[in-house]
Write a protein that binds this ligand. Sequence first.
Ligand SMILES: [Cu+2]
Length: 361
Amino acid sequence: MRILTWPLPILFVIAFPASGRRQSRQSEPPCENPLVRQEWRELSLEGRLDFIAAVKCLQVRPGETSVAFSGVRSRYDDFVALHISQADYVHWVVSIALISILDGTGLFCGCLNKPFGTNVHTEVPYHWTQDAFDEISILESPVFDPVYGLGGNGDFIADINLFPEERKTEVDVPGRTGGGCLADGPFAGVNASMGPGNHTEYTPRCIRRDISPSLMVRALGAEQLASVLNASSYFELEHRTEGLALGVEGISVHGGGHFGIGGILGDMSNTWSSTVDPIFWLHHGSIDRMWDIWQRADWANRKTDIGGPDTQWAYPYNYFGDKAYKNITLDFEMDLGEIGGSVKIRDIMDAQGKYLCYTYS
Ligand SMILES: [Cu+2]
């Protein structure tokens, strides 16, 4: 069975909530000293190494959910497994909203024994538009740096027929340039424990990237970003973020990061297990930031504007025919599993509210 990976849900994210949330709760009410989420390039070189070290720290700490998910070996795997297990249920369920739960500060800091408030947190946004002018600039993005970044592409694999269907995306991503295991950077040689795809069995394997610079330039540029931020409603915001058509031509800012980095053979393209590639968090930081900017441009109206289907492939993503669905409301409860429990959408609408406490630089 091939993996159906388009369009990806913006919010299939759910990881690292618990510790950050607890930290946020300590400061409520109100949120007086929000953590400032700096862009990757705004972090000092030391700060970037801290982020990398925190991920590696979680990758060697023992996992806590291996009873529920047999593939879990590390603390990092806890979140990979949660994401895999929930992806089918949070597809388009409030889309962007769930992302804002991802405040992992406590967890990242804690693993490195650093105090809360240092910029060692999960959702470091990466501003793709600063590089998405041309293909060379994208490939030279600081986030792909082998030392002060998360490493670059996999080696080019020309013949994708060497791989079984379940290892490829359904979408025929144009302009792919890699496909091999990470060739450099801090996660080269690090094994993912689960995936690819919708299972949590222990299947150790390398992390792959298959970057399509042309897709990244097309989907992550200033024009796309402006279109998203000009949305007049949450419904429109989500739709423009996810894309307005099925297939490559519809890929927008969310799919642009996933398919642009994951290509056909890479992990970022996988709906369920994309979290095995730590660049996932930086991409989703940028998506959450867009939502935050959009909200604050008209806070009075947008602080409570939410919507979208509670069912995968339902309107407005009903490319395969109409499906019954309910529209998400503020009272919708997101299930964050053993790690985060149940969270109502209304409690995370404000990144500086009673539940979350962060802002973007
Ligand atoms: Cu995503």
